[in-house]
Design a protein. Structure first.
Length: 175
């Protein structure tokens, strides 16, 4: 009976080097490959990547029904109290038997976002995001400038800093 059929356990030779408090939630083999995508409570392990992507490091994840496309973010600048991030190239994987992988990825990425608001301003725009980071108290603040916005301009820096300060007060009224 299919109702009681359990998914096979992740083979030990494909298991990434997990942290002590990290556990596997779901996994899937990548089509036409021996590689696997592994979902844990701490993040997403992708083929040929040396480290896990934390849920807060994933800007977008899209499931097409057969393919998982992940857009990771990377830090382009450190500012006082927040980081400026930009997209890295999209990484796509066609999954053989996706099982619960798409569900867990969507749920974890979505639940990592505590605050997100886009602000247009003269010369561009910026999205301010407060995210939960596994093992860290409070929110981690990032800004993502619109593509045409010069994030190094004095105006953009001032606007972003003011918006992050305002968002911190909104997200945590005790500040």
């Amino acid at each position: 009976m299919a109702l009681f059929r359990r998914r096979p356990k992740l083979p030990a030779d494909r298991r990434p080097a997990l942290d002590r408090d990290e556990r596997v939630l779901a996994w899937s083999a990548v089509a036409d490959s021996e590689a696997v995508v592994v979902v844990t409570n701490r993040g997403l392990w992708l083929p040929a990547q040396p480290a896990r992507l934390g849920w807060h490091e994933i800007h977008k994840a899209v499931w097409s029904g057969t393919e998982l496309a992940v857009t990771p973010a990377h830090v382009v600048a450190e500012r006082d109290g927040y980081r400026v991030v930009a997209d890295r190239p999209v990484q796509s994987y066609r999954l053989r038997e996706p099982g619960e992988v798409p569900h867990h990825v969507r749920a974890r990425v979505t639940s990592s976002v505590a605050y997100s608001l886009h602000h247009p301003f003269a010369g561009g725009g910026v999205r301010v995001v407060g995210r939960r980071v596994s093992g860290v108290d409070g929110l981690s603040w990032t800004v993502r400038y619109d593509p045409a916005t010069d994030h190094d301009s004095d105006e953009a820096r001032e606007v972003a800093a003011a918006l992050v300060a305002q968002a911190r007060g909104t997200a945590d009224p005790s500040l």
